[in-house]
Design a protein around this ligand. Structure first.
Ligand code: OXD
Ligand code: MN
Length: 619
């Protein structure tokens, strides 16, 4: 016999397949979960409901189903075992920031950097869109856990979705199914997702259903719920990631005194065997995955990966910062990844990987720009047509989705529920000029200013113009679930009461010379910069004070074997900095009363130091 709630759900939507299952008690024992499911069924009217258990068998079954439908193309079982290519609709290839909303009760709580709508009005709009939206489709119930199972720092959510691609991706990116369900008491974050394309009786489905007309990625921070409509892609649809682990988690973090950040986490071991951990915030597509999986060019140095995209950071009893990666997979950008640039990423994705929007080779393997110097003959591009020179073979935001366990340099403390202790924090962006290769903040509040002033050229991770410099404070512009001014204040507060905060550094791998060539080789050579940072945290690395922070003392950056114009990498053009400060001040004015005075003072100090040094220079 079914539980009465399940029975009533069956009755109301008369879905055709409900198997009595051994785990049904586990599902029905949480009444708020059953209520969420029942309401979703009644609203979305799916044809079937599938309660996902997270098993390998279930994953394989879903993949087979997607293959049968034509959405997944199996790759060569010898070259790329257990892997699939999936092509999205060409209109659904990236996060849609203009359709992403923070619907707090008060607009001022969302702040000027987020789209906002009154939560009640938004609910009315969403209820209309979701009504009947899963007709002819299967509704999947996906319980998932962000963070280690059973850790008091983890968050449990339940995503209801009508996209089997999303379910497969959640299998990889989160701890999902029964293991997560066991940790739901009554507390979970409900996430409702639909591709927004109901099927009329007899209508043939398309390979990648989505809704081009209506797209909404909506967060209700007080209610702690997420509704996503119209897109099946990445951060729009895998709701444990950007929506829950950043936007909703950032709100919880502010309330509870921790940080939910868009950061990679790495362990670095020096040739003497000493190990330190670092976190790094970089805007989307600024090389976070490459840095997280770095293969050092300096002998004796080792980098191990804890995470490539999201870090949850808490203060330990000793006052130091400890971080965990709440995800269990990588959703990395494929173009540019190769054995030359990132051997560990290539090994990670050598099997059991879902590729989205890459090109397909004649022998059923994958290809993208940068994988090899020239494209192979007979390539099929990401849209499924013959590849023509001059057109992109892979979409620039093409992705691989793969379990972290496949990473050959996964850190042994990856699952540690207490997290890894941070010895330093890095901020970086994609800046063609002005920002030197590396410098260190004078203090925590100066470091917070560096984070707040972070700007970067826009990339294809989000729909819209590419290559325009925009402010992206802490690389959190699209991901902060509340007012950015309050967020800055929260960062300042985290560092106030103790001397135990790690030092903060700024890095820029993307500086160019007058001809538009990158000055720094990047990739494995970034270890040279990490080495200087590592040694600075030991107070061993020599540095010189400059108006913007501490720079490596001449000769202290290990450039052995490189022929590099070091001066150009560190040149400070003071007029450019004066201009930058003017722009930051203008930007900060956006945050009105909520802009912390302390940061404005830090900006004044920076301006004064720059002014003083330019007047000394001109004497
Ligand atoms: C991502 C992003 O997908 O930042 O990680 O856009
Ligand atoms: Mn990201």
């Amino acid at each position: 016999m079914h539980d009465p709630l399940v029975r009533s759900a069956i009755f109301t939507c008369s879905f055709s397949t409900w198997k009595v299952r051994e785990d049904s008690k586990l599902w029905t024992s949480c009444s708020s979960l059953m209520q969420f499911i029942e309401e979703a069924i009644n609203l979305c009217t799916p044809e079937e409901v599938q309660f996902c258990d997270g098993s390998e068998e279930e994953y394989q079954h879903l993949c087979e189903r997607l293959v049968k439908k034509g959405t997944f193309i199996p790759l060569d079982s010898v070259k790329r075992p257990g892997s699939y290519l999936c092509r999205s609709d060409p209109s659904d290839v990236a996060r849609v920031e203009e359709c992403t909303f923070i619907c707090s009760r008060l607009q001022e709580d969302a702040g000027p950097t987020n789209n906002w709508k009154d939560p009640e009005e938004m609910k009315v709009l969403l209820l209309k869109l979701f009504a009947g939206c899963m007709q002819g489709r299967t509704l999947y119930v996906v319980p998932f856990c962000m963070g280690s199972l059973g850790s008091s720092f983890s968050l449990v959510g339940v995503e209801i979705t009508d996209s089997p691609y999303v379910v497969c991706s959640m299998h990889i990116m989160t701890r999902m199914g029964i293991s997560a369900l066991q940790h739901i008491q009554s507390n979970f974050i409900p996430c409702l997702h639909s591709v927004g394309k109901p099927l009329q009786p007899g209508e043939k489905d398309v390979l990648w259903p989505c809704n081009q007309e209506h797209r909404y990625i909506v967060h209700f921070p007080e209610e702690r719920s997420i509704w996503s409509f119209g897109s099946g892609y990445g951060g729009n649809a895998l709701l444990g990631k950007k929506s829950m682990a950043l936007r909703i988690a950032s709100v919880l973090a502010k309330e509870q005194g921790w940080l939910a950040e868009h950061m990679l986490l790495i362990g670095i071991t020096n040739p003497e065997g000493k190990k330190k951990y670092f976190a790094g915030a970089f805007p989307s597509q600024c090389g976070k995955t490459n840095l997280a999986l770095l293969c050092p060019s300096l002998p004796g140095w080792k980098v191990e990966c804890v995470g490539d995209d999201i870090a949850w950071i808490r203060k330990g009893k000793d006052g130091c910062l400890y971080a965990v990666n709440p995800e269990s997979g990588f959703f990395g950008v494929a173009p540019g990844t190769s054995y030359a640039s990132n051997k560990y990423a290539m090994q990670t994705i050598s099997h059991d990987t879902i590729f989205t929007n890459v090109a397909l080779t004649q022998d059923h393997d994958v290809w993208w720009e940068g994988l090899t110097k020239t494209p192979p003959i007979g390539l099929i591009d990401w849209k499924g047509g013959a590849y023509h020179t001059g057109q992109p073979a892979a979409h620039p935001n093409a992705r691989f989705t793969v379990k972290v366990e496949q990473c050959p340099i996964l850190d042994t403390h990856f699952k540690d529920p207490e997290g890894i202790p941070l010895s330093g924090i890095l901020f970086g962006g994609r800046r063609a000029s002005m920002v030197p290769l590396v410098y260190e903040a004078f203090s925590w509040s100066h470091g917070v200013l560096i984070g707040a002033c972070l700007s970067s050229e826009t990339t294809s991770a989000a729909a819209g113009h590419v290559g325009k410099v925009r402010h992206d404070p802490f690389a959190m512009l699209p991901f902060c679930g509340y007012h950015m001014g309050d967020y800055f204040a929260h960062w300042l507060r985290m560092g106030h009461d103790s001397q135990t905060m790690p030092p903060i550094f700024c890095v820029n791998w993307f500086r160019k010379d007058g001809e538009g060539n990158f000055l720094w080789p990047g990739f494995g050579d970034n270890i040279r910069v990490l080495k200087w940072i590592f040694e600075r945290t030991e107070e061993r690395g020599p540095a010189v004070s400059s108006p913007i922070g501490y720079l490596p003392a001449p000769g202290s950056l290990d450039l052995t074997g490189l022929s590099i114009a070091e001066d150009e990498l560190f040149a400070l053009t003071l007029s450019e900095w004066q201009q930058e400060i003017r722009e930051c001040r203008e930007y900060f004015a956006l945050f009105g009363e909520k802009m912390p005075k302390e940061l404005l003072q830090e900006l004044d100090h920076l301006e004064k130091r720059i002014y003083e040094s330019s007047s000394t220079a001109s004497k």
